[in-house]
Design a protein around this ligand. Structure first.
Ligand code: ADP
Ligand code: MG
Length: 627
């Protein structure tokens, strides 16, 4: 059947070409993972066919026992990995081995290139390669050329795919006695070590022991060949967990937390879930895809079962296996099965309570989780109404009281006498907000303020209005009445109350000059060092939320703010005196100062003055009159 005329030559998709250049040209210290990738593909292919065979048992009737065979040909210097899984037809080959059909490919490649040019640290780029799942192409790390002989289950024609990884590949009809795929690597001279039985045995044991199908070399079965999650937790070593996690998550880090449970009840299931110790690259992709694999009675169903895990737990990796879900329905129907929703709730509770335990027991270790995934986890405050309280208990925050992350319970415990609200300030940069003038009065009184620097903070604050009956209150919005709060630690030496009436003239002059640009001008209780700050009015949108919406084009015009003046500040006191003099109307210096104060408040908030050239002119004119 093979005739030369039927041989087609195709070019790799540009991105694959670039990727192969990087993969083939690098000397990775642990290039041996190519074998893990190929075995994992073989295992995936068996999983896929086992699923198809549920509805079409004929597909596996002639050969029901799945297996993966490794063969070494020392003479030909080749290594092959064969499976009797689902196989590929011509269309499958063209669609999968020659392209990367993933979003984010270009940015991934750029990341990879810069990681390689910046450091010679192969593990960094290798980590990226693994996470992205360029699995199959890793064969070119050790092979000059690769052949894939494959026949799809249920079809008669087999196909041979070949490539030397240099831009092109060929596809032609071929012969294969039965379904499945054989990947043959023609090894590079430097990769002869993979012709040694002992080396292969060791690699399989190291990386693929948990694979649920037997992996053989000659007569020997090299792996344990039982699904890891079906074993008793006490029988699984840390190394085995790490290896399984690497396989299932395409990762290279250690699992930060392992959750292995067997749950018996109305719906019974086993979960083996891992929380990574470093953030996966797709964490903030708009799809917010979950990566927990669903099995029914050890039969793989799907990689991202919608409805199995909530999006705010998308950092989890691993498997869930249930006997109580129906095997004989489509993936789509399974996803709407109310039993799946029960599993989701059970799992969410379990994850949240495990996190809570960890957070109380080992705050330092928990901080690393929070750094990686806190912003994602907080999405649950918006999306998971029923578990909101529990989620809130796990949440940790930076605050003005030192470097340690705190819980809301910690905060409430430390609240000052007379303090009613949980104060926070939100912004997009933690380093910047901690310098904000709005904090001055709170600092002076020793009142703790939460520093919220994740964009999601603004959104959960719309849903969570209080904790233990204490309302959340932004210190950049509304009035700040700090007078009723007392600081027990500081002696009560009452400072001279500033004369607020003296400010009336200045306030009137500024209002007149600025007009609609500001909503109001008033004396401030929250400032000690800075002369001015801007505040959102009580009913208005908070400053930071407005900024976020503007950045995303969801809001065109900004709302006018309230300009607050520090009645004790030298400049304000002097300007007030000047405003109270006769003939103050028409005083150019007062007029310029009004704008300069506003611009200064803007600058302190990390914004630009409204009109840079006017700002310069006014500054010069004020300086000039002072000199
Ligand atoms: P991934 O496994 O993450 O999808 P790979 O690069 O490892 O990425 O494999 C690409 C695709 O090639 C697979 O998704 C699968 O469709 C196909 N493939 C690779 N190896 C096999 C195999 N042994 N049997 C069937 N299909 C395979
Ligand atoms: Mg793969």
């Amino acid at each position: 059947m093979t005739d030369a005329a039927a041989k087609e030559i195709h070019s790799f998709q540009t991105e694959v070409g670039q990727l192969l250049d990087i993969v083939a040209g690098s000397l990775y210290s642990n290039q041996e993972i190519f074998l893990r990738e190929l075995i994992s593909n073989a295992s995936d292919a068996c999983d896929k066919l086992r699923y198809e065979a549920l509805t079409n048992p004929k597909l596996t009737a002639d050969n029901p026992d799945f297996k993966i065979e490794i063969a070494i040909d020392k003479k030909a210097k080749s290594l092959s990995i064969s499976d009797n899984g689902i196989g590929m037809n011509r269309d499958d080959l063209l669609a999968t081995l020659g392209t990367i059909a993933r979003s984010g490919t270009t940015s991934f490649l750029e990341g990879l290139k810069s990681a390689q040019s910046k450091t010679d640290d192969a593990s960094a780029s290798l980590g990226l390669i693994g996470q992205f799942g360029v699995g199959f192409y890793s064969a070119f790390m050790v092979a000059d050329s690769v052949d894939v002989l494959t026949r799809k289950a249920g079809e008669d024609v087999a196909w041979l795919w070949s490539s030397d990884g240099k831009g092109e590949f060929s596809v032609e009809p071929a012969e294969r006695g039965s379904r499945g795929t054989t990947v043959t690597l023609h090894l590079k001279k430097e990769a002869k070590e993979y012709l040694e039985d002992a080396r292969i045995q060791h690699i399989v044991k190291t990386y693929s022991d948990h694979i649920g199908f037997p992996v053989t070399l000659g007569e020997d079965t090299l792996n344990a060949a039982s699904a890891l999650w079906t074993r008793a937790p006490k029988d699984i070593s840390e190394e085995q967990h790490t290896e399984f996690y690497h396989h299932i998550a395409h990762a290279f880090d250690q699992p930060w937390m392992t959750l292995h449970n067997k749950v018996e009840g109305l719906v019974s299931y086993t979960n083996l879930l891992y929380i990574p110790s470093s953030p996966p690259f797709d964490l903030y992709e708009p799809e917010r895809k979950s990566h927990v694999k669903l099995y029914v009675n050890r039969v793989f169903i799907t990689e991202d079962a919608k409805g199995l895990m909530p999006a705010y737990l998308r950092f989890l990796r691993g498997v869930v296996d249930s006997e109580d879900l129906s095997l004989n329905v489509s993936r789509e129907m399974l996803q709407t099965d109310p039993k799946l929703a029960k599993i989701r709730t059970g799992l969410s509770r379990k994850v949240i309570s495990s996190l809570e335990k960890k957070a109380t027991k080992d705050a330092q270790d928990f901080a690393s989780f929070w750094e990686n995934f806190g912003a994602v986890f907080k999405e649950g405050l918006v999306e998971d109404g029923p578990l909101r309280e529990k989620i809130l208990e796990v949440c940790r925050f930076s605050s003005t009281h030192g470097d340690a992350l705190i819980s809301l319970a910690d905060y409430v415990e430390r609240m000052k006498k007379g303090q009613e609200a949980i104060y926070y300030i939100a912004g997009d940069d933690a380093e910047k907000i901690i310098k904000s003038p709005h904090l001055e009065g709170f600092r002076a009184k020793g009142i703790e303020v939460l520093l919220l620097a994740d964009p999601v903070d603004e959104f959960w604050l719309q849903h969570v209005t209080e904790f233990e009956a204490k309302p959340f209150k932004s210190i950049t919005r509304g009035a700040a009445d700090l007078d009723s709060i007392t600081d027990e630690e500081k002696s009560d030496d009452k400072k001279d109350e500033p004369d607020l009436q003296a400010l009336d003239g200045l306030i009137a002059a500024i209002k007149l000059e600025l007009g609609d640009i500001v909503k109001d001008v008033r004396p401030s209780k929250r400032l000690t060092d800075s002369p001015v700050c801007l505040i959102a009015d009580d009913g208005d949108m908070d400053v930071n939320l407005e900024r976020i919406l503007q950045r995303h084009g969801q809001l065109k015009t900004a709302m006018p703010r309230i300009l607050e003046l520090n009645p004790s500040h030298g400049i304000i006191v002097k300007l007030a005196e000047r405003a109270n003099r006769d003939g103050a109307t028409g005083d150019e210096l007062l007029k310029d100062s009004a704008y300069l104060l506003l611009d200064q408040a803007r600058i302190l908030d990390g914004e630009a003055p409204a009109d840079l050239s006017e700002f310069g002119r006014r500054l010069n004119s004020v300086l000039n009159s002072a000199l």
